[in-house]
Design a protein around this ligand. Structure first.
Ligand SMILES: Cc1cc2nc3c(=O)[nH]c(=O)nc-3n(C[C@H](O)[C@H](O)[C@H](O)COP(=O)(O)OP(=O)(O)OC[C@H]3O[C@@H](n4cnc5c(N)ncnc54)[C@H](O)[C@@H]3O)c2cc1C
Length: 334
């Protein structure tokens, strides 16, 4: 959707079409619900023990023994953008500022400005122009140096709104619209956008501001420690794939590890895992960079983008995502 005119630029079918095409649902899930699902799976697994509220200060075998009483054959650093495991591996634990900022807001279920209804609770009247966002769709509104994604928070949960702005310079603390007041910052960023969108954002609850950081270099393993998820490759949310890549990493690492505690077979297995995952993550990262270029375009680039989108069918646009959404991790049945 064009953020200024509210004109629909393109549609990519989801729902049954996604299941048919990619053999998987195209789904959005609130962070807390995903974390609970993962935590339940950990609790249910006989080989897992969960230590909550336990900070790893140093990613060394000694500190792990201090917590678990067991000598680790491998330390898996899934500890995000300020990873202590990356610090131990590469000598730097901080991710890089990207010059992009995300602001998050939430539109309660009964707020005006919502059309449609959640797929679990009713039919989808579509994007009909009476309100800027449809509660049954993922909507991306595009504009100069900014875009907005609106997506459902589940039955009765309203809509999550993420506004992402680019071109703020590397230092997140010196942002031009770095005002702590989310409404003010978003209103400045989206000046010139359609009044329906601006009025709806004014009514939304604010959740905060995130200067976005990335991790693009460094080793992923040293034979005794390995990084996965954001600790290894935090990326911009332009392809909305950071958590998806973290989950793929975890599944593929579990599949790659030797079944026995054989240290001689561990390093080659980690090498193969890293080589495979780096290629996949690099491709996703490039797609994110392309999305940023296309989403935030202005002037002739925007006109070119709109023309290309208008010439492509929804099926052709879906086909662009086959490599991403249709991906099967090694080890999964075809
Ligand atoms: C605005 C925004 C929108 C996004 N949208 C999407 C999206 O639509 N789709 C998507 O797939 N991804 C999205 N992402 C990316 C996604 O949030 C991350 O890629 C994902 O959370 C990474 O998961 P992770 O487990 O690697 O790290 P995290 O989620 O950061 O988890 C790390 C965990 O390690 C713990 N930890 C850290 N340090 C220590 C320590 N020293 N000791 C003990 N525990 C520690 C933390 O408490 C945390 O629980 C988005 C990100 C942002 C900022």
């Amino acid at each position: 959707v064009d953020g200024r005119s509210l004109r629909t630029l393109a549609r990519v079918p989801a729902g049954a079409a996604a299941r048919e095409r990619w053999k998987a649902p195209y789904a959005v899930i609130p962070r807390a619900a995903l974390q609970l699902t993962l935590a339940d799976a950990v609790r249910a697994h006989p080989a897992c023990r969960l230590h909550l509220d336990t900070e790893i200060r140093e990613a060394t075998p000694l500190s792990i023994i201090g917590i678990t009483g067991l000598h680790p054959l491998l330390i898996i650093g899934a500890d995000g953008i300020r990873s202590k495991v990356r610090l131990a591996l590469n000598g730097h634990g901080q991710a890089q500022q990207s010059g992009n900022v995300a602001w998050r807001l939430r539109l309660p279920p009964h707020a005006s400005g919502l059309t449609g209804s959640h797929p679990l609770s009713g039919p989808n009247p579509g994007f009909d122009g009476s309100g800027p966002f449809d509660a049954s769709l993922v909507t991306a509104c595009l504009g100069r140096k900014a875009h907005l994604i609106a997506y459902p928070l589940g039955a009765g949960g309203g809509l999550n709104l993420v506004v992402v702005g680019s071109g703020f310079g590397q230092d997140g603390s010196t942002l031009q619209t770095g005002d702590r007041d989310v409404h003010k910052a978003v209103s400045t960023l989206l000046a010139g956008w359609h009044p329906h969108i601006r009025a709806t954002l004014d009514r939304a609850e604010t959740l905060g501001r995130w200067p976005l950081v990335e991790v693009a270099d460094g080793a992923w393993h040293d034979g005794t420690r390995i990084l996965i998820g954001d600790a290894a490759h935090a990326m911009m949310p332009f392809a909305a794939q950071g958590a998806a890549m973290a989950i793929e990493d975890a599944y593929e690492l579990a599949d790659a590890l030797p079944a026995t505690e054989d240290a001689a077979r561990l390093v080659p297995a980690l090498d193969r895992f890293v080589m495979h995952r780096k290629a996949r993550v690099a491709r996703v990262r490039s797609r994110g960079a392309f999305n940023r270029f296309a989403y935030h375009a202005s002037g002739p680039v925007r006109l070119g983008r709109d023309l290309v989108l208008s010439l492509r069918t929804p099926e052709a646009l879906s086909g662009d995502f086959d490599w991403l959404y249709g991906y099967r991790s090694p080890g999964l049945p075809a």
